[in-house]
Design a binder for this molecule. Structure first.
Ligand code: KG4
Ligand code: ZN
Length: 393
């Protein structure tokens, strides 16, 4: 079975081809990813209109690259019928540029040997999501292949349940259930109960900023470029290694509340005041030592709150496996602290490989593969498939 998957929810355009030879394994036969990070870095965040334009420019060249890697690309000049062209224009109502690119693409390449298309339908930036959704619907229509809509957050969960064997081959981990997923990215901070793959209940989330967003905002205050998460984390690590006593303590909002929700905007505000007092109303620059200490104070506070709430949910829901996913799941300090906490609790911790933690199309293909393999496949009528920026699990 071969699945072509598409991811365009934020600032990464991804196309992947997954092949399953057996029910417990999967091979990455093609994988092409283009990041817009450099483009958005100059604005300090993701610009939706620009993200949409970039996805539109990249999505078909990346499709060609991924199909070619998987030996599924066959050039063949054949004009689409007027009816087919009209189908594509109807699908891409608000995007004539994408429609023209798609018509040109279908006129140049043969239908590939693919069984399913999968694409992210939400949550994310709607203008960005629509590029992937319209491309997926056009593929499904012209090639007559079923389309499986995928929730981006499910993609982040399933990246942790595969293990590499050889080369590009992975096996699915036997999950001890119930599991809990801590999903931490630039747009989300959520605790999700995993009764089984495909069966999720969100039990908590951030009430304001996502933890990755807080990392990015703190980075900006410290004069570090977007996306600042990894840079803040690097400074924090250097500070810890220096053995210096921490002069700054930031608050841990909502750490002891009896729910599973989070709040990160208070830490950010406290950081703003700390920096203002330290620099005498911003009349001088922060020193490098101060920046490292502040980065560490932030990381300590943010990670402590994440761990406390997560481990309380682990205890109260008798969790056997803890899964982390999303960009911040690449954070070394979070992984170290969670390893200690889960060892103490006697449960399994599953973390994604670093390159699978941030957005990519492999995770979307994996979620679709698991649906098909479990027999619980959801392929709604194409006209009902829409991008939904606020989609929840
Ligand atoms: O999942 P992702 O690629 O995109 C979203 O869906 O948001 O996550 C990106 C976020 C950014 O906020 C980035 O700063 C953060 O993940 N991030 C990190 C680390 N690596 C990425 N935050 C803290 N420590 C890291 N090592
Ligand atoms: Zn994500």
């Amino acid at each position: 079975m071969k699945i072509l998957s598409i991811e365009t929810s934020c600032d990464e355009t991804g196309i992947c081809i997954l092949t399953s030879h057996t029910p417990d394994s999967v091979e990455i036969s093609g994988n092409a990813l283009a990041s817009q990070i450099d483009l958005h870095a100059q604005y300090g965040g993701v610009f939706p209109a620009m993200a949409k334009r970039e996805h539109t420019e990249k999505i078909l060249p990346l499709t060609i690259e991924a199909l070619s890697q998987a030996n599924l690309l066959v050039q063949e000049k054949s004009e689409l019928s007027e009816i087919q062209k009209q189908h594509i224009r109807d699908i891409c109502t608000r995007d004539t540029v994408l429609a023209d690119y798609l018509i040109d693409f279908f006129s140049s390449y043969k239908k590939p040997d693919i069984d399913y298309i999968a694409c992210t339908v939400g949550p994310g930036l709607e203008p960005a999501l629509w590029v992937g959704v319209n491309t997926a619907k056009s593929f499904a229509t012209i090639w007559n292949i079923p389309l499986i809509p995928i929730n981006h957050m499910e993609g982040h969960i399933v990246t942790a349940v595969i293990q590499k064997t050889t080369g590009e081959n992975f096996i699915f981990t036997n999950l001890a259930l119930p599991a809990l997923a801590l999903l931490v990215s630039g747009g989300h901070t959520e605790l999700v109960l995993v009764e089984n793959i495909g069966h999720y209940t969100k039990i908590g989330q951030t009430r304001d900023d996502a933890v990755g967003e807080a990392f990015d905002k703190i980075a900006r205050m410290l004069g570090l470029a977007y996306p600042g998460g990894p840079k803040v984390s690097k400074l924090a690590k250097e500070f810890r290694a220096s053995g210096t006593t921490q002069p700054f303590i930031l608050p841990r909002p909502m750490m002891h509340t009896q729910d599973y929700d989070f709040s990160f905007s208070g830490i950010k505000t406290a950081m703003l005041y700390t920096i203002r007092d330290l620099t005498e109303q911003n009349t001088r620059e922060l020193t490098d030592e101060e920046k490292s200490a502040l980065a560490c104070a932030f990381e300590d506070a943010a990670i402590e709150v994440l761990i406390k709430k997560t481990m309380r949910a682990v205890a109260e829901h008798h969790i056997q496996t803890l899964i982390i996913g999303g960009g911040v799941a690449g954070n070394t300090y979070l992984k170290e602290q969670l390893t200690l906490a889960t060892n103490k609790a006697g449960i399994t911790l599953l973390t994604p490989e670093q390159w699978l933690a941030t957005d990519n199309a492999v995770m979307i293909g994996l979620a679709a593969t698991l649906q098909v393999l479990s027999g619980n496949i959801h392929t709604p009528e194409l006209s009902t498939i829409r991008a939904d920026g606020n989609m929840t699990l």
